[in-house]
Write a protein that binds this ligand. Structure first.
Ligand SMILES: [Zn+2]
Length: 253
C-alpha cells in the first residue's frame, strides 16, 4: 500500500475516501441514494479550476459574491470563479460513496427532486440516474427517476459523508494562493513539511506525484482524458465503501 503524508492525501482516493460518480456510455444507469435529508442540504460551491502536476483541481474561492475582488488572490488574478455542485451519493450498484460533479444549472434539477420527494428523507429513497449522451457529447443530459423501492430508515448518519471542502475542493489560504500564482504549485503544509520551499525536495517529489494519479471528475466535454486510471483504484479500495452500517431493514411505507 502506498504511504503518504497529509500533504499528499488529496492525491489519493479522491475525496476523503469517495471517488467521483460517473456514467460513461449512452443509456448507462445507476441506482443511488443522495446523501441529503432535504433540499436545504443541497449546496453549491464557488471554486477556481487550476492545474496541479498537469491534473485539473478545484480550489475554494475565498470571496463571497458581495466581497471585493481583492479578497481572493485567484479572483484578483482574473481566474474565473465557477459555481459547481458536488453531490454526495451512495452508489447502490457499486456499494461506494461517491461525489457527482455537476454544473450550476443542475442545481434546479436536484433541488426539484429533493422538493418533490420530501415526504421522507431523501437519503431513505433510491433513485435511478440515466445518462443520455455518448461519450464526449456536450449535450449529454441526465434523468433522475425515483425507483419503486419504498423509503426505508436509512439516514445520512449511516454514511461517512465525503469531505467536499478540503478534499474534493482544495481549501487554501490567500497566502497559499499567492504562492501558487508565483510558483505554479502550492507550498507544502508547514506542520508536515519542515523542508518546505526546498526546490530539491520538489524535484524528488515530482515523479511520485505523477504516479499517484487521482480520480478525475467526469467531464462530458473531455471524456478521452478521464479514462480508467489503474493507480487510483488501489488507493481508494483500501478505504472500503465508507458505509458505516448496512441499511436497517425496516420499511416506513
Ligand atoms: Zn476567487
Amino acid at each position: 500500500m502506498a504511504r503518504f503524508t497529509s500533504n499528499d492525501v488529496d492525491k489519493y482516493g479522491g475525496n476523503g475516501g469517495a471517488g467521483y460518480f460517473s456514467l460513461k456510455g449512452d443509456g448507462d444507469s445507476a441506482v443511488v441514494r443522495f446523501l441529503y435529508n432535504d433540499v436545504d442540504d443541497v449546496e453549491g460551491y464557488a471554486v477556481h479550476e487550476i492545474e496541479i502536476d498537469g491534473k485539473k483541481r478545484y480550489v475554494n474561492c475565498l470571496r463571497e459574491y458581495n466581497q471585493p475582488i481583492d479578497d481572493c488572490p485567484f479572483c484578483k488574478a482574473k481566474q474565473y470563479q465557477i459555481a459547481k455542485l458536488f453531490i454526495p451519493l451512495y452508489n447502490e450498484d457499486e456499494d461506494k460513496i461517491q461525489v457527482w460533479e455537476r454544473g450550476k444549472k443542475f442545481f434546479s434539477k436536484i433541488s426539484g427532486i429533493c422538493s418533490r420527494y420530501n415526504k421522507a428523507p431523501i437519503v431513505s429513497q433510491t433513485f435511478e440516474i440515466v445518462r443520455n449522451g455518448k461519450p464526449g457529447d456536450k449535450q449529454t443530459s441526465y434523468e433522475i427517476y425515483r425507483t419503486d423501492e419504498p423509503a426505508d430508515d436509512t439516514r445520512v448518519e449511516d454514511f461517512e459523508a465525503p469531505n467536499i471542502l478540503g478534499s474534493t475542493i482544495l481549501d487554501k489560504t490567500a497566502e497559499d494562493m499567492e504562492f501558487y500564482l508565483e510558483e505554479g504549485y502550492f507550498p507544502p503544509e508547514e506542520d508536515e513539511m519542515p523542508t518546505r520551499r526546498s526546490s530539491r525536495r520538489d524535484e524528488e517529489e515530482a515523479p511520485r506525484r505523477r504516479s499517484s494519479r487521482r480520480e478525475e471528475p467526469e467531464e462530458d466535454v473531455e471524456e478521452e482524458e478521464v479514462e480508467e486510471r489503474p493507480a487510483r483504484r488501489s488507493a481508494s479500495s483500501s478505504r472500503g465503501s465508507g458505509r458505516r452500517t448496512p441499511a436497517r431493514g425496516g420499511k416506513e411505507f
